[in-house]
Design a protein around this ligand. Structure first.
Ligand code: ATP
Ligand code: MG
Length: 260
């Protein structure tokens, strides 16, 4: 079983990168072989795992634009079962370069399919846009995981995202599914959070993960130390939530593979 999940939401700052880092780390501690693929020029997932800036190192850009083999673009994260295909500032120009290329939306898919690297999960951290980088992620992925910030107008923008999801299904990737929607940064037990949660569950039902990620300062501190929350403060509420999410993801994967 190799599951490719794009963590996507064109809205900025909703918790995509935080989710990618911590879900990857917890899946790895549960014995899953994980590749974290950072497709954002900000490269926050890369630095959040303690990878310094090094624009000469192979990573997502080389995979996508030069078709460098995946095995030459991934690096040991220093953690068991977790490898990283780093992002870099080069990705900032990739949209423009891709635009002129043949099969421009399928390059990531082709690159991943050409690889015989073994993994259980490949998690793609998408940039906050619906440009060609994100389209490549949606075309390459089996499913999407959508973090939604628990705030007023939480669903704003999700409709646009789901329209894009549908059009990718119609043309580029008919198999693409919704893995789940994840409520993030919840000020749990406040009236607002409760209302927003109800609204999102009413709209999307079972697709919403049971796990809700609370707002927790430890989660925002960890990346500046280059650490996942499991390494930084595994007893924090944020850590407990991401650990629970990893369990839920594994359960959902099992269900999905038994259905297919
Ligand atoms: N549950 C949380 N509790 C507290 N702070 C959080 C939480 N999740 C994320 N943050 C913080 O909020 C900010 C945005 O989160 P993050 O970078 O994960 O979002 P993003 O969707 O990847 O953003 P971008 O769209 O810019 O890539 C970061 O400073 C992060 O540390
Ligand atoms: Mg991000």
């Amino acid at each position: 079983m190799a599951e490719r999940i794009a963590i996507v939401n064109q809205k900025g700052g909703v918790g995509k990168t935080t989710t990618v880092i911590n879900l990857a780390a917890y899946l790895a501690t549960r014995g899953k072989r994980v590749i974290l693929l950072d497709l954002d020029a900000q490269a926050n997932a890369t630095s959040g795992l303690g990878f310094g800036r090094d624009d000469s190192r192979n990573g997502s850009y080389e995979l996508l634009i030069n078709a460098t083999p995946l095995s030459d673009c991934v690096h040991d994260s220093g953690r068991r079962n977790l490898q990283i295909c780093p992002g870099s500032i080069h990705l900032a120009g990739a949209e423009v370069e891709l635009a002129a290329m043949e099969g421009r939306e399928r390059r990531l898919r082709n690159a991943l399919e050409a690889s015989d690297l073994n993994y259980d999960y490949l998690l793609i951290d998408c940039p906050p846009s619906l440009g060609l980088l994100t389209l490549n992620a949606l075309t390459a992925a089996d499913s999407i995981l959508v973090p939604i910030q628990t705030e007023y107008y939480a669903l704003e923008g999700v409709t646009l995202l789901l329209d894009t999801f549908q059009s990718v299904r119609q043309s580029l990737n008919p198999e693409l599914e919704i893995f789940g929607l994840l409520l993030t940064m919840s000020d749990i037990r406040t009236q607002l959070a409760t209302q927003v949660e109800e609204e999102v569950r009413k709209a999307f039902g079972e697709r919403v993960f049971k796990t809700v990620i609370p707002r927790n300062v430890r989660l925002s501190e960890a990346p500046s130390h280059g650490l996942a929350i499991v390494e930084y403060d595994r007893r924090s509420r944020g850590a407990e939530a991401y650990q629970q999410l990893a369990r839920e993801v594994i359960r959902r994967s099992r269900r999905r593979s038994s259905q297919s």
